[in-house]
Design a protein around this ligand. Structure first.
Ligand SMILES: CC(C)(COP(=O)(O)OP(=O)(O)OC[C@H]1O[C@@H](n2cnc3c(N)ncnc32)[C@H](O)[C@@H]1OP(=O)(O)O)[C@@H](O)C(=O)NCCC(=O)NCCS
Length: 153
């Protein structure tokens, strides 16, 4: 466990998230600008350390959940990444907390994500549940479907 660091999480323009997406999520190349990034309803969050450096990013957008038909206002969480230098120090937790709060603020009742199997334990610690068995995303690796209903926590 790394020592906790203080981060502030704020809504940012999409391009603020691209460097960390590239470094962490697409190190072998591939698009870091995704459909929907510029949609007015899409929310991009960045965590910054005390020096103002972006150490974590995530994106949220309203989107039907592939595994649950009942939620009235489902949101997809995507593009979650923290700087390897700060891993285990709470930046990811702070980002997901802010992401869930942002969804609730906008009337959302479910957060879902395609989680890398390697990150599923992280999401579970933050209250998400696996609802789909592992499936492969070509070029990226195995994923599981996960959901969190804020009102049920
Ligand atoms: C997954 C990721 C976002 C976690 O970020 P982080 O900044 O290390 O997260 P935190 O330090 O806030 O960790 C929160 C908790 O989850 C735990 N945790 C972190 N990563 C974990 C993992 N991969 N598996 C299991 N638990 C994990 C931490 O130990 C911590 O536990 P605690 O409650 O006992 O303190 C980060 O490792 C990452 O960017 N990974 C590569 C990209 C990736 O896989 N993104 C997700 C795509 S779906």
């Amino acid at each position: 466990m790394t020592a906790p660091i203080a981060v502030t999480v704020d809504e940012v323009a999409p391009e603020v998230t691209y460097d960390l997406r590239r470094a962490v999520l697409r190190p072998g190349g591939g698009d870091v600008v995704w459909p929907g990034d510029e949609d007015p309803g899409t929310v991009h969050l960045a965590a910054r350390d005390a020096a103002g450096r972006v150490v974590g990013v995530v994106r949220l957008s309203p989107a039907p959940c592939p595994w649950r038909a009942d939620p009235a206002a489902p949101w997809q969480l995507r593009g979650m990444a923290t700087d390897p230098e700060v891993r285990g120090s709470g930046a990811g937790r702070a980002l997901v907390a802010a992401a869930v709060a942002a969804v609730v603020e906008r009337g959302g009742d479910l957060v879902w994500c395609d989680a890398r199997v390697t990150a599923a334990g992280f999401y579970e610690r933050l209250g998400f549940t696996v609802v789909r068995e592992p499936f492969d995303k070509p070029g990226i690796g195995p994923h599981v479907g996960m959901v969190l209903a804020p009102a049920e926590r």
